[in-house]
Design a protein around this ligand. Structure first.
Ligand SMILES: [Zn+2]
Length: 292
């Protein structure tokens, strides 16, 4: 792991705090917000919010309804294996790897819904933040992004999909997930499996490895996916980048509150992706990133 000493958590936090990178992060957030406007999310969620208020409905419920009505997916796969093969092809081609041995996939039952919770939390918080009347749109979206990410991360802690390097096992909690959610989870964990195989999965490099997995997950959803995958990608990216911004602008002794390897890593990779292109994910596998 010698060629990765510049990718430790400590070094990457220092990197994100450089003034030029904070400016790039703001630009990335602006681009993310522009993406949300492009996808018509803001307008649709505003109407949804108004509907939720007038009917006395909880915004979370109405957002779940929104997902159900706008995102009917009849092609939910029978098995995760079926989905895995499609996702793996995309990841292999995106990262430029081949002949990665099969991971074991464990698709087991537990009750919590972190992805559904995170995604609906993102929509709910957007709707919620939209109701803050005095804030300008950018600030409302920033606030929404933070709520979304907190929701994403807190659900994630409960019972999350994860990858165990030692046994090369991808575990996906069995829940009523849509294809978009399932696909994102399988994609993320398979990227960790690839990291394991090229020898760069290391615990002191959490920001690096989560940034690579989350960044690749969101990029792949955006570039290879359908409208719902793109929507997922745009909403999650805005949330994670906003969270990283909150971390960076907090006073140094309060930053631990916002510590999140997923958010900080996604921010660092998004900055690099905008400076160069998605080639950065391939280069990251050999440690050829974050060097300047
Ligand atoms: Zn991960």
């Amino acid at each position: 792991m010698n060629s990765f000493t510049h990718c430790t958590d400590v070094r990457l936090k220092e990197r994100l705090l450089r003034p030029e990178n904070l400016e790039r992060l703001d630009n990335a957030i602006e681009a993310s917000i522009a993406g949300m406007v492009l996808f018509g999310l803001v307008g649709r969620l505003s109407r949804l919010h108004l509907g939720a208020i007038s009917s006395g409905y909880h915004p979370v419920d109405s957002c779940l309804e929104y997902l159900a009505s706008e995102g009917k997916e009849t092609d939910i796969p029978q098995s995760v294996d079926e989905l895995f093969h499609a996702v793996r092809e995309q990841v292999d081609s995106f990262l430029g790897v081949e002949d990665i041995p099969d991971p074991t996939i464990e698709y087991s039952t537990k009750t919590h819904t972190w992805i559904t919770g995170g995604l609906s939390g993102a929509f709910a918080s957007l709707a919620f933040a939209d109701g803050i009347s005095d804030a300008d749109q950018g600030m409302r979206l920033l606030a929404a992004g933070c709520f979304a990410t907190l929701s994403y991360l807190s659900h994630q802690k409960l019972d999350r999909p994860h990858y165990t390097g030692l046994t090369q096992t991808i575990r996906i909690p069995k829940r009523p997930l849509t294809r978009t959610e399932l696909r994102a989870a399988v994609c993320h964990e398979y990227v960790h499996h690839v990291q394991n195989h090229v020898g760069i999965l290391e615990h002191r490099h959490e920001i690096f490895s989560e940034g690579l997995a989350t960044g690749a997950e969101l990029s792949i959803a955006f570039h290879y996916g359908g409208v719902r995958d793109k929507t997922y990608s745009v909403v999650m990216q805005a949330g994670l980048l906003s969270h990283a911004r909150t971390w960076a602008h907090a006073s140094p002794h309060m930053r631990w509150r916002y510590d999140s390897p997923h958010a900080l890593g996604t921010a660092l990779f998004a900055i690099e992706e905008r400076r160069h292109d998605s080639e950065v994910y391939r280069r990251a596998l050999t440690g050829d990133i974050f060097k300047d």
